[in-house]
Design a protein around this ligand. Structure first.
Ligand SMILES: O=C(O)CCC(=O)C(=O)O
Ligand SMILES: [Fe+2]
Length: 237
């Protein structure tokens, strides 16, 4: 039963709920990383956990403090409620979101940290996009990038809350479920090195059944990564 073929969203989520942390996922490794010797990370290595190998999905622990999270939520809240009145209701995404300007106190250091951790340039990245899901809030299966020039080469998804029940980020094509864990982030490339979309990166935000889910997305684009992530003609890289 493929969710794409299921038109009824309730049936689709019954399917997605079956996506569970697999044995393979648990066997993958965990280590401290300095981003390949980045001086800003040498004294405070980031705890890195491989959630999946193909596509490579990396979880970074404790990359944002509770204080920073509170500030981000406080900045976002009034703008979220304003967005609600002006926007039509999306059928595939029942969350409220806002892009935060880079020049606010907490946002710039977070971008710098993402650059240090991933080794990628933030020059062509989008502003940090904060989203809040209430009970029942969900995001149906989608790709972050489809077919644009200077597309979203990678996604850095920060969890700004735990969720009591539900709310996992799932990759139905590969069977990975990422449980929101406050202060952690997950990172993956949406594009192969040749620029094609990695079809295994389709993902969804499962409905929040109990609790309140906050995430922040940093979408990183292709331009500026030419020397950081060299392109390749090979499909599989
Ligand atoms: O909320 C999630 O777990 C996923 C969010 C997402 O995929 C997106 O905003 O593009
Ligand atoms: Fe997404």
């Amino acid at each position: 039963d493929d969710p794409d073929k299921i038109k009824d969203p309730v049936a689709a989520y019954k399917f997605l709920r079956q996506v569970r942390t697999s044995k393979r996922q648990r066997a993958l490794s965990c280590r401290y990383s300095t981003g390949g010797g980045n001086p800003r990370l040498m004294y405070a290595p980031v705890k890195e956990e491989v959630e999946w190998d193909e596509p490579r999905i990396i979880r970074y622990h404790d990359i944002i403090s509770d204080r920073e999270i509170e500030i981000l939520k406080n900045i976002s809240r009034p703008q979220l409620s304003r967005a609600e009145t002006t926007r039509g209701v999306s059928k595939t995404r029942t969350a409220q979101g806002v892009f935060l300007e880079e020049d606010t106190i907490v946002v710039a250091p977070i971008s710098q940290r993402i650059a240090d951790i991933t080794g990628l340039s933030m020059d062509s990245a989008e502003e940090l996009y904060v989203q809040n899901y209430g009970i029942g809030g969900r995001y149906e299966p989608h790709y972050d990038e489809w077919d644009n020039e200077n597309g979203r080469i990678a996604t850095f998804l920060i969890y700004m809350s735990d969720v009591q029940i539900g709310g996992a980020t799932v990759f139905p094509e590969v069977g990975v479920a990422l449980k929101p864990k406050k202060g952690s982030a997950v990172f993956w490339y949406n594009l192969h090195k040749n620029g094609d979309v990695d079809l295994y990166t389709e993902h969804a935000g499962c409905p929040v059944l109990r609790g309140n889910k906050w995430v922040a997305n940093k979408w990183i684009h292709e331009f500026g990564q030419e020397f950081r992530r060299p392109c390749s003609l090979s499909y599989w890289e």
